[in-house]
Design a protein around this ligand. Sequence first.
Ligand code: HSE
Length: 383
Amino acid sequence: MKIGLLGIGTIGTGVREHLAGRDDISIKRILVRRDHPELGALATFHYEDILFDPEIDTVVELMGGMQPAFDYVLSALKAGKNVVTANKLMLSYHFEELLAAAQQSGVLLKIDASVGGGIPYLFNLMRSGRADTIHSLFGIVNGTTNLILDTMQLNGSEFSDVLAQAQRAGYAEADPSADIDGIDARSKLCISASIAFRRFVRPDDIAVSGIRNITREDIQVFKKLGYVCRLLVRAERIDADHICAFVEPTLLNPSEPEATVHRNDNLIGLVGEYVGQQYFFGQGAGKDPTAFAVVLGLTDILNGVRPLLGHEPQGYAAVDNSRLAHRYYVRTTSRLSIAAEKLRGHGDANLYLTAPMPVDRMHALAASLRMRDPNLFFAGVRG
Ligand code: HSE
């Protein structure tokens, strides 16, 4: 197998190192954006050198971002080349089109590296549809925010210091807003839900709130209340065409499985009709685990492994987040017009614990309050 590698950042470098010494898979060209003298003749600035090279049968897209990654991947599939990609943002918006292009050309689109890094989660989720009905998906799918929340909780660190640590470790996205605003987690939930419920899901239909505004003081309050905060995703099947799907910081009892997840680890759970509850745990971000998942995808292509075969999503799910309700912690300088208990004894901050309220209502309320109070922070409360 001869591959064209698009991008030589953290993961691309990991893939190159991982493939060194293999004789069944070799890199023929690497698309670069700036000079890389160490790559010699492997490097090219022109995607056409990969697209029109008949010896290259597989394109590995590790550039990230929407464009030009989407055009490159779509044209590779249409040209009859297999594609391996870790690009969750692109997949969340274009999964249907890319899957259709792969099917029309009779090639494989391998996306295992896009969710959960090195954890064999997506591969098994794809296969589970052959023998089960998935009722729900939940857990931690973003390593950067987990590292931030865990380190703030354990060491009392400042948000910005831990974010810088995640960037140095190569966990964070090129623009870390995608991590801290929950967009990366939303992309991963969108891909997972499309596979689990066999209906494509539009990323913009998923309610999302991140941890950009969380402070050291919030974490101190959570500790006093006996909670641990994690950025969680959740999707639930309502019926064949309707689901709930949202991303939000969540306060958990310390004994809950997600509360015990440390550093950049991920913990992704599912509930199936037959299989019951299952958890997938491991490193969800970083060079080596993600490179491992990419290389595993390449070996699947070599072996003709098609986990989704016959169970591809059909049509689109409608997202209805009015069906799930829970309490919320809210810190805002605005007046809350909903049933909520004011938390006293925590200095000057206006802190509230609401009565159970539907997820869609809380996210809409927060969006409207943030126009006057951009620093508002809220988190769901479980239990
Ligand atoms: N920025 C992502 C994370 C990388 O922190 O989980 C892995 O997808």
